[in-house]
Design a protein around this ligand. Sequence first.
Ligand code: 5AD
Ligand code: SF4
Length: 482
Amino acid sequence: MLNQINLTEIDTSQAPPEEETKRQYYFIAKCRESVAKLQKEAGRPLTFHVQTFGCQMNARDSEKLVAILEEIGYQQTEEEIADFVLYNTCTVRENANQKVYGHLGYLKGEKKKNPYMMIGLCGCMMQETKVVEKIRESYSFVDLVFGTHNIFKFAELLYSRLQSSSMIIDIWDGTEQIVENLPSERKFPFKTGVNIMYGCNNFCSYCIVPYVRGRERSREPKAILREVEQLVKDGVVEVMLLGQNVNSYGKTLPTPMTFAQLLREVEQVEGLKRIRFMTSHPKDLSDELIEVMASSKKICKHFHLPLQSGSSRLLQDMNRHDTKEQYLALVEKLRTAMPDLSITTDIIVGYPGETEEDFEETMDVVRKVEYDSAFTFVYSQRSGTPAAKMEQVPEEVVKERFNRLLTEVNEISKRRTGRLEGTVQEVLVESINAQDASFVTGRLENSTQVHFKGTEEEIGTFRKVYLKEAKGFYYLGEEVAE
Ligand code: 5AD
Ligand code: SF4
């Protein structure tokens, strides 16, 4: 764990410090005292479970929440029923919200059986006023509710809850603050996400993210580099630089800087082997970035480039600021610079007003680009976004189009994935295979999974693997001697 302040040196009898990082460590120390008391009373260790919904950004936030809970003295468990259950929620589509309500319904009965049990909710869904109202009214057994802008205050809020018996709700409308140097944990010891920016300024007409994550804020490059260096010292070989639109990184910094410049600097970190990034908006993708990527030894030759729709008319309506032709030209440019580049995408089916012709334009782009894989989504109406007020496409029509798209995408991606069959590639081993413990599972530079005979000691290391057989979306391989 990366930990900047020694908890035992904090004098908890004093008033809390003003400076935010110190303040949060102070509250971690306070919570630690309270939880130690509770454990003594219960006569057993208290456990916690953090469940993440949604994107990589949430996954990274959860790693930070886990680290704080561990510092506080709770023990992590894989079991959902724990003494502290925290759901880090997503609201990008309605089904993500429904899942959370489902989980809460299940916890209600469990909480009655365990006097030490507490339930916390955080993340994007909590930034919606209607959601918080519903929780207050129908899920009054929830203990703690906070949002995306004050996630750094988790320890302080938890302490408030430990001191009182009523639900604590703290939701901010926005923030300019980026609090550095809080504790941080990793799900995998050898790879992790690194936030480079927060929020989004694009306001695509279907998307709730700018409303729940706020305006774009970039982290200072020095803070990012310090974090990456520290991570590498701690055993990390692969980082994923995270932001809603990494291509506009640095525009709002006191000394502006481009994403390509940041990549150049991250590349210099000795010991770091692989760099990934997510997500890119096509409208901001620069030639400089393509150049840096093409000449880099560490940046994975994988580009996630959301399409959303292949219809220029719908792209305009979506406020995407690009056209089908511009998108295809960009793909061409990327492939010319990096012929073996893997391209993946996000596509929405059933955006309001989508006609059969619009949908065919999407299918056309899918066939032309030949994505390695594509995340396909049924359009979901998000209240407060401009598209929610427009006339919706009938459900049966959307379903039928969605299935057609999925069939096409799967067929293409099977073919694309198979193109490396018979070659030897470098694989970063990630885990023991879930089905057969004599196998390990790892990933290629383009993120495709490879399974091959191996042992636990290989986890976190790079192996040369012969890709013997392409099995649709993954490979079966054989390790070759160095
Ligand atoms: N409905 C369906 N998909 C959506 N996305 C964002 N908002 C919506 C919505 N309202 C998709 C976009 C984005 C991805 C993260 O989620 O494709 O790129
Ligand atoms: Fe949403 Fe568009 Fe911002 Fe992506 S770029 S988070 S789709 S508003």
